[in-house]
Design a protein around this ligand. Structure first.
Ligand code: GLC
Length: 798
């Protein structure tokens, strides 16, 4: 191996140094290494260039406040090791080779001699890949679900039409999350190299058994997650980089956008059409044409009275989200520019004196230096003008940042930021720009929310660019896709990998942004997006209209059906959002999440689970009216036909244009709401509880007001629903409600599937009436909601 040969020449010969911090502190010529355990299953390894000083703290990882695990360290003549209750890091002091093994002695990570190098401006690390190891995550990615065999560069760029068929060699995207989840034989582990400078990974492409990572920085700041559960790895990663705050409930509704609805009248027409046609919708977007000459935080002539517009739309149940790009038009008369200059808020040119000038939609522009807290609060104040006019959410775009003036489409790498921790060249912090812009937007919405923080409307921020931890500030939408089948295919895997990378709230332009969509493609995209966390239709200037009614009556009908389904699913979705917030579990889950020991499930990236209990297999090929679906080891009920199927097999699912292959797991407990026109149109007092008898029935129910920040102060309600089947009896238990929030649910309308007969239904021991819907094999009964425990039992009388 060339790497090993090189190693022989550069023997690193580490020696141990005293350090008050628990862990290992070692030095070899020109390099220091610190190894710490943050948790039993989380190691932090830092190699830094030079012989003095401590490593610089992370830009995004907050200080670790969890209790540290008990560790044992040992420094012998040839090896130094650190052992936690679940794993051991061991370094060969002579060669620098290292391994991480689990309690069974299985190698989880290993790096050969010479595979870890750090110089002043570049650091590299090569991990061994084992046979059958698969690699997922890496945030926003194009191409195959399993990232093994591919290369990825972490350097945020503005890229038009990023489907692999269009840009086969594309390695960069808008978002950089250098975190990966590796899976082998059902065992998961994770790697996160925390640096916002340029980083490139070659995951077994150049050498099939090597995972080569390189970054333009003089340090390796590495977190290793030992698992062994997929959920453990993602939970730890989320604990490290922060969890997603809850969005307002309306943010889960359907959203309509276009580049652009150019006038106030047009926006109102669109709103009217939605309501007239009874197509549910919660949010309308204003793209760049709403501004006065693309000047940020302004409204132009075609939007003469924005607050009245927002009020009128508000009365119809619509929220408005406006685009906010970072580039501030370099117009000396423009107030935002004048105030920004006065605050000295813009990124500096390489000389460190003049403001850097680039070019974006407004023409020549300056770029706020979001890496500075003072600049973020200035921006937050400027943004208030939007909240004051009734804008409900902020859509951050072009925040890689995009710059049309340079071939590399971003800022000069030598530009100077004056960050909270001192001056930094753009090249060293590039990937943080969008992250901190989203932070500024979120903080702006919080600051504009009134004196009582608990009553502040929940911020809703969308971002195109981001770095690890972006989930704390914004949801990620995946930018400029195209209206073609390749891109629809790509979206499924992209969202799954994003979801595994700590970003559960994600989605893409439904129907495709670039080029004209077709009725069939649009329908398939719409059906898929009904089950994605973020559900927004958006299309480019010059393309044909793409509203749900614009492609003909049959398409509109199908969209209506799926919109109804989306709105009915909202209570289930919201519970999944709450779970994602507390554990990091994705909302949209790859099969490997629940079936890690099933190799077919692990490889499956073209179908997914929504939570544990719904399986969606989107139709991704033109003309297809059926597709193969893998059903993992459980029993599944075909949603549209009620057919019961055993798992562990592929089935061919019929999918004429009006349907999508959709399966419910036996054991499912699915709360359904009304098919309303917008969130809050109807009261939440009666919710359906669709239950399918089967094993491991569980729902983590969550409620709060859905609108304000009061949930952050504990105004929540949680309870666990469990169900089981014993003999011929099916039972459901609701644990006592926990938390001070008073449930809005008065009645749970139980819909028990696969129940053919009138039987005995008991609620808390008392016989209760129920109806039988014979043609659907269901029984229906109302369960009055109370805060105490509820026990329901059903057994058929034959
Ligand atoms: C970028 C965005 C796109 C938006 C357009 C105009 O291309 O990705 O969504 O419509 O800019 O603002």
């Amino acid at each position: 191996m060339p790497a090993r040969r090189r190693a022989a020449k550069t023997r690193t010969a580490y020696q141990s140094l005293p350090d008050p911090a628990p862990g290992l502190h070692l030095r070899s010529p020109g390099v220091q290494l610190r190894v710490e355990a943050l948790a039993d299953d989380l190691l932090h390894l830092r190699w830094t260039h030079g012989t003095t000083g401590r490593p610089t703290p992370s830009w995004v990882v907050p200080p670790w406040i969890q209790p540290r695990p008990t560790i044992k360290t040992k420094v012998g003549a040839t090896t130094a090791s650190l052992t936690t209750p679940v794993g051991t890091f061991a370094l060969d002091l002579r060669s620098g080779a290292w391994t991480v093994t689990d309690v069974h002695g299985l190698r989880v990570f290993s790096a050969a001699a010479g595979a870890t190098t750090v110089s002043k401006a570049e650091a590299a690390l090569t991990l061994d890949l084992t046979d059958g190891e698969s690699v997922f995550g890496l945030g926003e990615t194009t191409g195959t679900f399993n990232r093994r065999g591919l290369q990825r560069e972490f350097w945020n760029i503005d890229v038009l039409g990023h489907a692999p068929a269009i840009h086969p060699a594309l390695k960069q995207l808008y978002v950089s999350i250098p975190f990966a989840l590796s899976m082998r034989d059902g065992r998961a582990a994770g790697v996160f190299w925390d640096t916002p400078s340029r980083q490139s990974w070659d995951i077994g492409q150049t050498q099939f058994d090597r995972w080569q990572m390189k970054a333009s920085t003089g340090a390796i700041d590495l977190y290793l997650f030992l698992g062994p559960g997929v959920d453990q790895v993602v939970a730890r990663y989320t604990q490290l980089t922060g969890s997603m705050p809850l969005p307002p409930k309306w943010g889960l509704g359907y959203q309509q956008s276009r580049y652009s609805y150019e006038t106030q009248e047009r926006v109102e027409e669109i709103a009217k059409e939605f309501r007239k046609r009874r197509l549910p919708c919660d949010v309308l977007y204003l793209d760049i044409h709403h501004m006065d000459g693309y000047r940020v935080f302004t409204f132009g002539k075609t939007f003469p009275r924005p607050s009245e517009l927002m009020q009128r739309l508000g009365r119809k149940g619509f929220k408005v989200v406006t685009i906010v790009d970072p580039g501030v038009k370099n117009d000396p008369k423009f107030g935002v520019l004048k105030r920004g200059r006065k605050a000295d808020a813009f990124v500096k040119a390489p000389d460190g004196k003049a403001d850097y000038l680039g070019e974006v939609w407004p023409g020549e522009s300056r770029f706020p230096d979001f890496l500075n807290a003072g600049v973020r609060s200035w921006w937050a104040q400027e943004q208030k003008v939007l909240s004051d006019q009734g804008v409900a959410g902020i859509w951050n775009d072009m925040n890689e940042p995009a710059n049309f003036a340079r071939p590399d489409k971003t800022l000069d790498p030598e530009c100077l930021h004056r960050t909270d921790r001192g001056p930094e060249r753009h090249r060293d912090v590039h990937n943080l720009y969008g992250h901190h812009m989203a932070q500024a937007s979120r903080e702006g919405l919080l600051a504009a929310g009134g004196a009582d923080p608990s009553q502040c409307p929940r911020p809703f921020v969308i971002t195109r660019a981001g770095y690890a931890g972006i989930q704390r500030h914004a949801l990620v939408w995946t930018g400029d896709n195209s209206s073609n089948w390749d891109h629809l295919n790509d979206a499924v895997q992209m969202f799954l990998n994003l979801s595994l990378s700590g970003v559960p709230f994600c989605g893409g332009d439904v129907g495709g942004f670039l080029e004209n969509t077709t009725p069939e493609l649009f329908v398939r995209w719409f059906q898929f997006s009904t089950f994605t966390p973020f559900f927004r239709n958006h299309s480019n200037i010059g393309t044909i209209p793409q509203e749900p009614w614009a492609l003909g009556q049959p398409v509109e009908e199908i969209c209506r059906t799926f919109l109804h389904l989306r709105y009915q699913l909202l209570p289930y979705l919201y519970a999944l959002f709450a779970e994602a917030r507390s554990t990091g579990a994705p909302i949209m889950r790859p099969l490997l999440w629940h079936y890690p020991n099933d190799p077919v499930a692990v490889a499956s990236g073209d179908q997914f689970l929504l939570g544990r209990d719904l399986m969606i297999a989107p139709v991704l090929r033109q003309g297809a009216v059926a597709r193969s679906v893998y059903l993992p080891n459980d029993t599944w009920i075909q949603f549209w036909t009620g057919e019961r199927l055993v798992g562990g097999q592929h089935v061919v699912s019929e999918a004429p244009l009006g349907t999508i292959p959709l399966y419910v797991r036996a054991g499912a407990i699915l709360p359904f709401g009304p098919a309303q026109q917008f969130v809050g149109e109807m009261p939440d007092d009666t919710l359906m509880l669709h239950c399918v008898p089967g094993p491991r029935g569980r729902l983590d129910w969550y409620e709060d007001d859905g609108e304000t920040q009061a949930y952050e102060q504990g105004q929540t309600l949680r309870r666990t629903f469990t169900s089981e089947v014993k003999g011929r009896t099916w039972s459901l238990d609701l644990s006592p409600a926990e938390g001070p929030f008073a449930s809005r649910v008065k009645t749970w309308r139980l819909v028990l599937w696969q129940a053919r007969h009138k039987g005995r239904l008991r609620i808390n021991g008392r016989q209760a009436p129920h109806d039988v819907v014979e043609d659907q094999d269901m029984i229906v009964a109302d369960i009055p909601n109370t805060a105490g425990p509820i026990h329901v039992e059903y057994s058929p009388v034959m």
